[in-house]
Write a protein that binds this ligand. Structure first.
Ligand code: SAH
Length: 370
């Protein structure tokens, strides 16, 4: 049998190799994997970590994803929607603090009023953030769920920044049975094939396409996670965001439990590092959920090959109402606290925070020539 040291040197990986890496628990082997993923990231995408300032502008949601704390049927959470001025001000704060990009995220809505609102917000953010430092304005990542091709196109145009335009839409798991189990709401609002279609639509609409999965979902196997990586390859993704599954009080899966925290952290880091080895030139985000599991969880993500971090810059007054999972961090911090803290802790990983740049995915640059 091949050793872990031999496997991590490869550039092509069999399913068996991938499962071997995902299954690592021995600390020495874990360190071999970590170092290899960190080095492959340095060699392929460089030493920079890029910021995407995350603005969670509304928790109003029309869907009922069973894992999620802000699903429609959770009536315990007060719903909010930030007004345009507040969102634009958060974006301006990001620009002033030299973030090259922001990410707008919310619950899922497809009504014309919502679509028009987002269009308007995007136009204004673009108009107000073009500067000598950011000649194309802020880079924009949207994370607003499944929409039609026409809507994706409309938002792309409104963003005004075709070279800093991205969308995050996780497929959550490539196992169709598990996907249905996670979303078994009446009416099947979500279906895995529909989600893949949305990812293809995003590509046609000109976005850098990001997706990802939750790690450690009850019932998920290492073979499932290996298939997830194969699906990342097949979808030819530009960016990946993935994090541990954490039970949520407001979700509908409390009874199914979750993995023990240490093991879940190990598995999440194995998944991140393995993905970096298999697809070296993509952007990989260190998910906030890593930090919910462990102080400095995101920094561990960076040490395992992540090169993007999404500091939460949502105004503090509404943050406690955007809890997708338990123990979500930074509920009390002002964005400026997060800033200082992050800058210092990222430096400790040996990486540099790259300011005033879009930080687009190398995979996307090679794919499009842009
Ligand atoms: N409504 C949008 C964006 C918000 S949810 C959408 O669904 O795309 C963003 C991500 O949070 C989801 O894709 C999911 O992977 C993650 N998430 C939700 N609940 C979670 C939980 N309990 N544990 C870990 N991640 C969770």
């Amino acid at each position: 049998m091949k050793s872990i040291t031999e496997i991590v040197k490869q550039t092509e990986f069999s399913d068996e190799d991938i499962v071997r890496l995902l299954a690592i628990t021995d600390p020495t082997e874990a360190e071999i994997l970590r170092q290899a993923a960190y080095d492959r990231a340095t060699h392929t995408v460089g030493n920079n970590v890029y910021y995407r300032g995350l603005i969670e502008f509304s928790n109003i949601c029309t869907l009922d994803c069973r894992y999620c704390g802000i699903r429609k049927s959770n009536h315990a959470v007060p719903r909010y929607e930030l007004d345009k001025e507040t969102i634009v001000n958060a974006a301006l704060w990001a620009a002033t603090n030299h973030y090259g990009s922001i990410c707008l995220q919310s619950g899922e809505r497809r009504d014309p009023k919502f679509i028009a609102f987002v269009t308007d917000v995007l136009k204004t953010i673009h108009e107000k953030t073009v500067s000598p430092e950011l000649p194309n304005g802020l880079g924009i990542t949207l994370s607003l769920g499944e929409q039609s091709f026409e809507v994706y196109k409309q938002w792309a145009q409104a963003s005004g920044n075709p070279i800093g335009l991205r969308y995050l839409l996780r497929f959550e798991t490539s196992n169709p049975k598990l996907f249905d189990h996670l979303h078994h709401a009446p009416g099947r609002e979500k279906a895995l094939q529909r989600r893949y279609q949305a990812l293809a639509d995003l590509r046609r609409a000109g976005y850098q396409v990001g997706s990802g999965v939750m790690i450690g979902i009850p019932g998920q196997t290492l073979q499932d996670l290996c298939q997830d990586i194969r699906t990342f390859q097949k979808l030819d993704l530009d960016m990946i965001g993935m994090g541990p599954y954490i039970t949520s009080e407001g979700g509908d899966m409390l009874g199914e439990g979750m993995m023990e925290e240490k093991a879940l952290m190990r598995l999440s880091l194995n998944m991140i590092a393995t993905t970096r080895l298999v697809i070296p030139d993509i952007n990989i985000a260190a998910a906030t959920a890593l930090h919910a599991l462990e102080e400095n969880g995101r920094e561990k993500g960076i040490l395992h090959g992540c090169n993007v971090i999404m500091p939460n810059i949502t105004p503090r007054i509404v943050r406690k109402n955007y809890q997708l999972y338990a123990n979500k961090p930074f509920i009390e911090q002002e964005p400026s606290d997060t800033n200082l803290y992050l800058q210092q802790s990222i430096q400790k990983t040996g990486r540099t925070v790259a300011l005033n740049v879009l930080g687009s995915s190398k995979h996307w640059k090679l794919r499009t020539g842009l």
